[in-house]
Design a protein around this ligand. Sequence first.
Ligand SMILES: O=P(O)(O)OC[C@@H](O)[C@@H](O)c1c[nH]c2ccccc12
Length: 268
Amino acid sequence: MNLMDATFKRLREEKKTALIPFLTVGDPDVETTVDIIRELEEAGADMLELGVPYSDPLADGPVIQRASERALQNRITIRTCLEAADKAREAGVRMPFILFTYYNPVLQMGMETFFAALQEHGISGIIIPDLPVEEAEELGRQAEQADVNLVPLVAPTSDTRIERIVRNARGFIYCVSSLGVTGERASFFEGVEQFIERVKRHTDLPVAVGFGISNGEQVKRFSRICDGVVVGSAIVRQVEEAIPLLDDPSRRKKGLLQIRSFVAQLRA
Ligand SMILES: O=P(O)(O)OC[C@@H](O)[C@@H](O)c1c[nH]c2ccccc12
């Protein structure tokens, strides 16, 4: 059991749903990312997806694509993301970190090096959206040895493959609420709750939902049936809109508070 598992256990005892933000590391810069991580925890985040910016974010909508472009100007790599995690720990942040990366940067780093680095930096989980299912088994084994949870994504179209996808999962199951790319959504398809219930029948692990969730109403709706709710684009947009404040030392605190209050109202 690692910090992520212990956190889900505590939240279940408290009958609370985990609020799981996603942030692109290095947007607008690493120091600001560390400051934002602290604000997110203060605002009630329970664990955090640390996004490794990537040049070809196929599954991402415009908000996160723009964040990746800004972050890539700072040449952010998996290693810089792990260093940012360390800096957040040094700043007193205690929540579990989930490294979110496309598969290519992992292949470039090499599996052994990648998992050794995750272990060294105390990363509790990884999400790799474009990980081929046939490679998930081997990667799951290496993750298990490093005490890192390989969190699988299950899409509404995964139907017959849900069983196979969740079989060697650890940590939690990430139900993708909608088809298409990430990005705030005003509504979700009719059967989204039934889809989540179907996934829950195939696993004893906590089940979280993400994609499109952008306000307190939607968080509340999914908190009724999920152990976790992921919010990415809506928060990344807050970061984007706050950049002029964050870049101005005299208004930086105001920018950070703007992001914090957005996340706090998601929880309310
Ligand atoms: O941005 P949204 O719509 O709130 O969705 C969460 C999402 O940002 C995060 O989990 C994520 C970022 N990039 C992804 C690519 C695929 C699946 C999930 C993701």
